[in-house]
Design a protein. Sequence first.
Lengths: 1072, 505
Amino acid sequence: MKKSLLFSLFFVLIMALPAWAQQSRTVNGKVTDQATGQGLPGVAVLVKGTTVGTATAADGAYTISVPGDNSTLVFRYIGYTTQEIPVGSSGTVNATLSVDEKTLSEVVVVGYSTSTQQSFTGTAKVVSGERLESKNVANVSQALAGEVAGVRVINTSGQPGTAATIRIRGLGSVNGNRDPLYVVDGVPFSGSINSINPADIETTTVLKDAAATAIYGARGANGVVVITTKTGRGKKAYIEVDANTGTNAALLPRYSTIKSPEQYIALGWEALYNQAVATGKTDPVGIANSTLFSAKGISPGYNMWNVANGGELIDPMTRSVRPGVTRKYDPENWEDYGFQNSSRNEANVKFGGSSGKTNYYSSVGYLNDVGYLINSDYQRLSARLNINQEINKWLTSAFNINYARSETNNNGQSSDSGSIFWFVDNIPSIYPLYQRDAEGNIITDPIFGGGRFDYGDRTGFSRGFGGLTNAISDATHNIQRHNRNELNGNVSLNVNIMDGLVLENRFGGQFYHNKFVSRGNKYYGGSASQNGSLFLQRTEMFSYNMLNMLRFNKAFGSHSIEVLAAHEATDWSSNILNASGYSLVDPNILDLNNTIVKNPSSGYTNSWSLESYFSQVNYDLDKKYFLSATIRRDGSSRFVKDKWGTFGSVGAAWVISNEDFMADQSIFSNLKYKVSYGLIGDQAGLGYFPGYDLWNVDNLNDKPAFSMQTNGNPDLTWETSKMFQTGFEFGLGNYLTGSIDYYVKNTDDLIFSRRVGPSRGIALINVNDGNLQNKGLEFDLTGNVFQGKDYRLSLGVNGEIFTNQITKMPIDPATSAEKIVDVQGLYAWSKGHSIFDFYMREWAGVDPLDGRGMWTVHYVDANGNGAFDSGEQIASLTNYMAENPNENILVGTTKVWSQATQKYVGKSAIPDVRGAFNLNAGYKGFDLSTQVLYSFGGYAYDGAYAGLMGNGLVGNNNWHTDILGRWQQEGDVTDVPRLSNNQDPNVNSTSTRFLTKANYLVLNNVRLSYTLPSSFVSKYGVGGLSVWVSGDNLWINTARDGFNPSTSEAGSSSTYRYSPLSTFTAGVRVKL
Amino acid sequence: MKKNLYIIGAALLTFFVSGCEKEFLDKQPTQYLTPEQIAEAAKTDPGLLNGQIAGLYSTMYNTGTGGTTGHDDFGQKGYDIYSDMLASDMALAGTNYGWYTGVARYQASSDYTLNAVYMPWRYYYRVIYAANNVIDALGGTDAVQTEPLQRHIMGQAKAMRGYAYFYLTQFYSAGYGTGQEKILPIYTDSKQPNQPKSTTEEVYNLMIDDLTEAVDYLVDFNRLTKDQVDATVAKGLLSYALAARGTTEDLNRVVALTNEVINGSAYRITNENELYGKIVDGVLVNPESGFNNVATPSWMWGVDLTLANRLNLVSWWGQVDYYTYSYAWAGDPKTMDRNLQNSIGAKDLRRKQFHSTGRPLYKFFDPARKIGGQRQVTTDYVYMRIEEMILMNAEAKARLGDDAGAKEMLKKLMVERIEEDGYEAYETYLSGLNGQALKDEIFLQTRIELWGEGKAYLALKRNKQSVTRGANHLFFAGDTFSWDSDEMTFPIPQAEVLNNPVLND
């Protein structure tokens, strides 16, 4: 508190400055906006060639002292054309400024103030609302894909209305938060990004470096996405209507799997045969024949052929189905029933304009986005009202409010047997979707009509895959639904204390209520034995943010300075209430009174808060030299003992092209150099209460029982990133514009979940220890290939190249030394390695003699026989070498996966370069834009493929068509081991066998639009009319069909993932 | 200017007003509670102090206590299934979903990366950690307790610590051996960093001391519910530990302790009506059967599960019971080993506990007996019953060479198990058994009596027996495994080997 008092004193001193400069004669006047006639506040008024200057008041009035009659006043305002007016002998000089369409686009909303691209010392990339709107997605996070160098947008699910995961500049933390901060109209945003209709967004700015993000101290370490919604400022009243309609489809390829039941059953037979051979049985053919349709093989009910047993079905010589064998029925292809072509419809109506001292923007939007998976959709009705008002000379206010009401249905997407994706890719093609009678006819469903879904629950029909479940039936008859009402907005009141000094107060609030209902139907599936079940979850989130800020702006001569100081407080809480019951009366009523038996209910509140003090100074000299300095102190409720952290940054920019010595050259139309350094923090990622030990509150005989949930660390505190950046922005004539940035980001006191030997009673402890370094280069280039009166073509490319390295590991208290290696599933963390360096067993191919898989083993030849023997293996190479530096380590192979050595395999999930290509072309009213995302270099683990290359019991899982290349007889040289009915259980366990090149090219967006000539439409009283067609996510190229490394952070695949939608739409926009 | 001053004043005021309260940054959890919150609440509600010891018991049935989200991760009864499968008395008769495949195939016995290896390790050391937390609060492992309340809490905590170390020695070491094998790290307070392995002797000494002290401390403890450890349960646990070490002195103590339990407590042998479900015209006529009710008079230690415990598919019933919405129903049935089933005498009532397929359809079941029916588990868990004491008493006597005493004790149980018209024949048969043959008979009766209760593996190991898998096993049918074979023991899990840098120091 003392600090803010000091700031205030500082302001009082600065305010005194202009008084000392006053001279002979006073000129006053008013600056107005040409479009609205309103006074413009904050316009810089300078006496040309001197250091004298002032800024206009809230009503646009100003007073300035000028040295003499031949002075000229310069009126400068961001986004408006600069005017120069000679004073002459007049005592009043009024100016009218008009919006500069060219510079308007250069306004950058950064942190707590606005800047221009040229004067900003940090790195901020502005993406126009228009650009974002050209993509057919529900929220801005998905639309950012490919727009900004160094910003990775990961569409983790095709479920309509899913917010994308965003990563800015590498991987900033190990276990802490890696998500950027969203700021909407100046308020840090904790609501759901879906509630903001992309049609309402004027611009989105991505802040990347410390100079740009340090002002958000506490939460700026992973970058900031600043969203500014539309206003009516400077516009005549208008109505704009746009509508589009289209279709969603599953256009991206899936894994190539065995679709022929005959092919599948023959492979199954072969597996049984091989197993019998491998276990030394005397009659392998007989065993395979008798086992194929049996309790130990495929349940006899699923014999879909007109044969009695395996012997009649399979010819042991060809190991395939005998010619002439006929089917009783054709089992359904589950994909045909799980997926659909679906519709996408969107309409927006926007009103805006300004009149007198008020401007407004309002909109209503509707979106209905239906996914290609059955019963997956997203519907949203949204409305927004933004009002800015000048109340009197010294008071202005703004009021923004946004409401969104949405319904999401997301059936069939759980990460278990409820997943339709798992069924579609993994169910052996012999299993039908609908139950069949003995003759092979579909059995009718007595309740819902149509075919009766097969759950594999009849006697003689024990389905080896997903027994007792049917994800398509469940998705059809059950309900998984979220209904959400969300309100967010802010009110601000700005007090113009005196010329250039403004007190800004803003209260931002976000609220949502989400009602989730999961209904299991009475008749089939997991809830049938309970006669139906109902689970309800209500979540109520409320977050507020309070900001009080003093801002001082002053321009004198060629100097201008902005100083701000502020206090900000954020409080977030989310209350959750769960209730459930079973035995439904009415099959469709989704309220709890419809259940006869109630389960115990539960509920709790999560909360956090942040308090901050900060100050920033921005200075520029002569529009050539720019300096910015920020300091911020944050306190976080997430830490118990050590709540406060101090952050800050300094940045400088030099606009070389504004120098006199550049005046005569014509190569660079623009050239700017910038450099910044800063400290930014993060405190999230470990839940809400990482500082405390947490105990379950259990009920044991209606008495309390407190059992350990998680262990906390009260000493846990801020993770600090130190980021250095330098870069150029340039323009080469009219042909090429671009920017290049280089950064080094060292994150210290990493929030690190350090594994401990679980005999300690805990498995993990969260500590601040270890350091991580990210280094990267980002480029963004746009070339105007040609530009004429009627035609234009530009090509752009952006991208990032980065490295990530752990530079210090946390201390292990058992040894008081740095932990050597922390194995994290597919990866291991150790000094000198990235957090995504693969650490696993190495595949050594298939032994041509017996068809078994082999893996590399490192061993110490304890018995000196020159060969590997069981027990000599080294389990984990990095640990072993650190502990036994002088041991003679040999390398061999083993056929026992668990004996193989885990080690760094020299591959990483981090790509060499990734980004996007953009092409824009136009001819008269036609515009064509195309965006292609790319990533080259790097590997990913294709776990979904591994699941399809397994060797489970016959009937347990389908195979990828690559299985056709399996080992079949002695001498076969192949990389696919024999099938053996799970005799060799680890063939598809984690190893380098499934590390796959993660290169990809995605055709992310194509859009063709036509704008009718205004001379034509104006005859009908229409201000503008355009039509378009567009396609999203149309094509992908990766190492393997079905493998889409763009959908997860490290590129890994999952058999449960809802692969992104492909969308085609056509739309129209009318402006009145 | 005057107006400006007002405004500046107002501005400064807003600066001061917003967020000055110190509590603003103090947020407390409500989903789970901190020890500090519980301690604060206990100031005015001292009954809460028993909550932490009760937490040791809820850990025994809570899910995820083995550190995974696996559907086989549900505390003690989960590891009872592991041990029954290692001992091979429980056969995995289907692998639609594949839970337990790694155990039934003995992969977990050699592959230290498997979750099946990790989970028991994590679970039992979690119990030790929580017990140490309680012990620390009472002044540490060597603090002597005199006040009854503290004594009872310390007694229970030490009993649970002894229980956990006992199961660790069973799963992760072959047997007592010379006592000098380094097997497990020992922790006696909750603040210790990772420790190196201690010897078998040290681990056994610790758990026997703990359990001995528990018996002593709990002598006047009248428990409210059967989920708690009282002196009788502590004696049972101590008997298991002593019998596993098996010196002559230990076995004498086992005889004395089990005699105290058999003669000094109200528990009685499960009677015929409680033993197996009788179905008449499709209706269960003896609802006291099913091994699903903690009130059963033979149960010494168990827990009354209610809706409040929130157990469903992920539970012992969800894995074993055909009449629960279970994996046993969904294609992964757990059945009795065919050899073992065939060895049940024709006149033995326990034959009626099992369906001809080996499914325990009449031993363990939800009382509603609707196939795949029970969704929220409210059938109870049994941890220990009086028959174990009788069998262990007979076994200890036989091991000490007191064949006559052993037979007398065994008859106490068998007279309740053999139908009247067959009992005489059994007595004659039994009288002819001596030495190893008698020990084998006691071992066999232990396996039959306690099938599915997690006891056979303990008996197999302490009696140094071997088992031959029956024909109904999916894996290794016909193969024989000895108590000290690699298959019968889990390796120390990878997570410990990689993350405990002093493990082998």
